[in-house]
Design a protein around this ligand. Structure first.
Ligand code: MG
Length: 287
């Protein structure tokens, strides 16, 4: 093979933090990191990792001997090399989240070098339009204003999550939230993500089932992460008995973690997060 392919010279981590955005970097609010892969061809790829920048930098130090000088347009092979070589450093977690960001950046470089969209490089277009949904966190305490702003931007699908939902101890409060959202959204699509991956999430299958039954009355399309993220059995029961679709999987890393959920029939909709699971490459394996 010709050696005129771009090779990786450096990978940099760029911290992101949740707002307000005009303040100095606060490690407590730094949960995301942009990953910039530089090459000897002057092309730069950008990816992102759901992990604090301090941890990403530590992982980059571990991974550097394996990526430095590597071909920058073979994302699948390099991804597999990084995972296999660092297997003993803790499967999943920070190392896999960092590999995720590198993988996304490598697909970006591959697309730039070939002049093709990543969808085509992955095998081709099955559709040329997708409906986006807006994800509104109710933790902001301004659900009505957020819904109205999203309606004005033209959104017709809305995911509502976190905040007080499931946390006041009174199911009537949850119903009041959804009732109000339905009034504002009209015929638009509504999905609900209570945030069962939050620390000390108190609910299991029975709460989730009752909630799914209530949400069905308001035409909600799916219920996401309604039980703890590792509760395979709770998910499987919920999917069997709930009248609406059940989704989950965004906190899992590596394709192997998804297998027990698939075997149990845990989800109608699988939601691997490219910034955690191992990048675009691993999400494709899971698909
Ligand atoms: Mg979610």
């Amino acid at each position: 093979m010709s050696d005129s392919v771009p090779r990786i010279t450096e990978i940099r981590a760029i911290p992101l933090q949740e707002g307000p955005y005009d303040r100095p970097l606060n490690t407590a609010r730094n949960h995301y990191t942009l990953i910039e892969v530089r090459t000897d061809a002057g092309i730069t790829g950008i990816g992102s990792a759901y992990t604090s920048t301090d941890l990403v930098r530590a992982a980059l130090g571990l991974l550097e001997p394996q990526y430095c000088g590597e071909v920058a347009i073979e994302p699948e092979r390099l991804h597999e090399k990084l995972e296999q070589t660092n297997f003993w450093m803790g499967r999943g977690g920070t190392v896999t989240h960092t590999i995720s960001g590198i993988d996304i950046a490598l697909w970006d470089i591959f697309g730039q070098v070939t002049g093709q969209p990543i969808a085509r490089l992955l095998g081709g277009y099955y559709r040329d339009r997708v409906k986006p949904y807006t994800s509104l966190s109710m933790s902001r305490g301004q659900m009505e204003a957020d819904i109205e702003a999203a309606l004005e931007r033209g959104f017709t699908a809305f995911k509502l999550g976190w905040g007080p939902f499931g946390r006041t101890g009174n199911p009537a409060d949850d119903e009041a939230i959804i009732k109000r959202a339905r009034e504002l959204i009209g015929d638009g699509e509504i999905m609900v993500d209570p945030g069962g991956s939050q620390q000390f999430w108190p609910h299991g299958y029975k709460w989730a089932l009752r909630t799914a039954q209530m949400l069905a009355d308001y035409g909600v399309i799916w219920l996401e992460e309604a039980v703890a993220p590792d509760d395979v059995e709770g998910y499987a029961l919920l999917r069997e008995h709930a009248p609406i679709m059940i989704s989950g999987g965004e906190v899992l890393t590596r394709r192997q973690s998804f297998v027990p959920f698939f075997e149990a029939g845990a989800w109608d909709i699988v939601q691997p997060d490219c910034t955690k699971v191992g990048g675009i490459t691993e999400a494709k394996h899971i698909a």
